[in-house]
Design a protein around this ligand. Structure first.
Ligand SMILES: Nc1ncnc2c1ncn2[C@@H]1O[C@H](COP(=O)(O)OP(=O)(O)OP(=O)(O)O)[C@@H](O)[C@H]1O
Ligand SMILES: [Mg+2]
Length: 286
């Protein structure tokens, strides 16, 4: 258990450490959240509707002894969320060659597994997660039983000495299942995308081999491995609907991503997954 005194998340006010570095460093921009900055050993982010729910989850992870997530330090005098800075390096928007390491891929799977183990049993009380925007026609997902990250992209994993050491950006965290969250991480990290959409320098990687590495390192059992190709296709269909819905109903980044062609990219992924479902299953089970 933590020994640090922690007021409830909604009342937590960040008091700067004596002599805290006043310099502000702009963090690489993601797709949605604007104005993420580093101040000394902290990260400041705009306060969001899900911030208190995320704070409660980060407290739980801290108490569970999980060392791969930022600490929720409260809000600063400008009302921004304050999180501890997790030292290391994250990938750029177009992931660099060093991100291809198979050791790193396996360590991401291991980190997600540790997150899931630490998350087991967490039921948000004071601050539930706001329901995720869901188009009315959306494919019904499985019942949810685990609070998890749901956005384990290369830009949201902090790497130290070539291995995944931390997860940041819990904006999409909420109830789902371990299989969905781990599949989503694999999708981003293998990555599973149509060959035409490979990142520059990533064209020659073998997605089947990389998916198997992820599966072994996370520890999907045979039943889960059998389910993954079908779940992947469903996830692409749901992802397309959700993106479309968010682009139409939320502002800023979602509409920008849609205009940038993310919908077509997801459809090309879905087609590729459908065409190669058997090969994916063979790679997972062979
Ligand atoms: N707690 C942290 N410790 C270290 N680095 C961080 C932390 N939080 C964010 N960063 C860095 O800042 C970058 C942007 O922050 P973050 O991922 O939280 O926002 P975003 O990607 O802009 O948001 P969104 O994904 O919602 O658009 C990250 O990719 C990472 O490089
Ligand atoms: Mg991010």
């Amino acid at each position: 258990m933590s020994t640090r005194y922690r007021p409830p998340v909604q009342a937590r006010v960040y008091v700067p450490a004596a002599g805290e570095a006043p310099d502000v460093e702009l963090m690489p921009a993601g797709d949605v959240t604007e104005g993420v900055v580093r101040v000394g050993e902290t990260i400041r982010r705009p306060h969001q509707p899900q911030s208190l729910a995320v704070g409660g989850y980060l407290d739980w992870l801290e108490d569970a002894g999980f060392d791969g997530s930022p600490r929720c330090l409260g809000r600063d005098t400008e009302g921004r969320d304050v999180l501890s800075f997790v030292p290391g390096r994250c990938a750029e928007a177009l992931p660099e060659a060093w991100v291809q390491s198979e050791e790193l891929l396996a360590s991401v799977a291991g980190l997600v597994r540790r997150l899931h183990d630490a998350s087991a049993g967490y039921v948000p009380q004071a601050h539930p997660f706001p329901p995720r925007a869901m188009p009315p026609s959306a494919v019904r997902p499985d019942p949810t039983d685990l609070i998890c990250h749901l956005d384990v992209t290369p830009q949201n994993v902090v790497v130290r000495e070539g291995l995944a050491a931390g997860l940041v950006d819990f904006d999409l965290a909420g109830p789902s299942t371990a299989l969905r969250d781990s599949y989503n991480a694999a999708m981003h990290w293998v990555p599973l995308r149509a060959p035409a959409d490979a990142w520059p320098g990533w064209e020659r990687l073998d997605p089947y081999r990389r998916l198997r590495i992820f599966a072994d390192a996370y520890g999907w059992d045979r039943e889960e491995r059998r389910r993954v190709p079908g779940l992947a296709i469903d996830a692409a269909a749901l992802g397309y609907e959700r993106m479309h819905h968010n682009a139409a109903t939320l502002d800023g980044g979602w509409a920008r991503m849609w205009a940038g062609g993310v919908g077509d990219l997801i459809l090309r992924r879905r087609d590729w997954l459908e065409a190669n479902a058997q090969r994916l299953e063979d790679a997972l089970l062979g």
